[in-house]
Design a protein around this ligand. Structure first.
Ligand SMILES: CC(C)(COP(=O)(O)OP(=O)(O)OC[C@H]1O[C@@H](n2cnc3c(N)ncnc32)[C@H](O)[C@@H]1OP(=O)(O)O)[C@@H](O)C(=O)NCCC(=O)NCCS
Length: 146
């Protein structure tokens, strides 16, 4: 793992626009969709973090409050070039740390089945059946933060 710098990203800034591009690349374009056609105003309430190497955005991880006790992890992406080097795990541990600090008792996520193994390694357990989201199989998972 090289030197990744984590930065908080504010809604509506140029850095935020870059996260839209990254999310589009990994979450929508493969399905022929464009995230910019969606209502993204809810992002204003999301806590967004970017991973940078050599000043270039190469990863994202977000969380948002679901209820007073629960936070939802969102938008875990590591650019292809950097996958398989531990960054995904590092970002999950980072965001869980923040969620814990804020006093939430549980982290939940809507994960791709293709990434289920990663989340299970980190202690998440399935809480739903598998369902299609934008044609991709997903499931809900959660982890108690003790
Ligand atoms: C999923 C993703 C974030 C993983 O990031 P990564 O940096 O490659 O993952 P890491 O290198 O930190 O892997 C951590 C551990 O999880 C395992 N792992 C990683 N991806 C996995 C997968 N898809 N299935 C099962 N295990 C996986 C690794 O083998 C590693 O195990 P280890 O700790 O025993 O060595 C990355 O592949 C990605 O961005 N994919 C495209 C977007 C995406 O699908 N995001 C998830 C949406 S729910």
């Amino acid at each position: 793992m090289g030197d990744m710098e984590l930065r908080k990203i504010e809604y509506g800034t140029p850095a935020y626009e870059e996260t839209i591009d990254l999310r589009n690349e990994y979450f929508r374009k493969p399905q022929g969709m464009d995230i910019r056609n969606e209502d993204l105003t809810g992002d204003a309430k999301v806590n967004m973090y970017g991973g940078y190497i050599d000043d270039c955005l190469m990863a994202t991880v977000f969380y948002a409050e679901k209820d007073r006790a629960t936070a939802q992890v969102k938008a875990l992406i590591v650019d292809e070039k950097y996958q398989g080097q531990g960054y995904g795990k590092y970002l999950m541990n980072f965001i869980e740390g923040l969620i814990r600090e804020k006093g939430y008792k549980k982290a939940i996520l809507q994960g791709r089945v293709s990434a289920q193994g990663l989340y299970e390694k980190l202690g998440y357990v399935p809480t739903s059946e598998v369902f299609d989201y934008n044609t991709i199989p997903h499931l809900w998972m959660e982890k108690d933060l003790k």
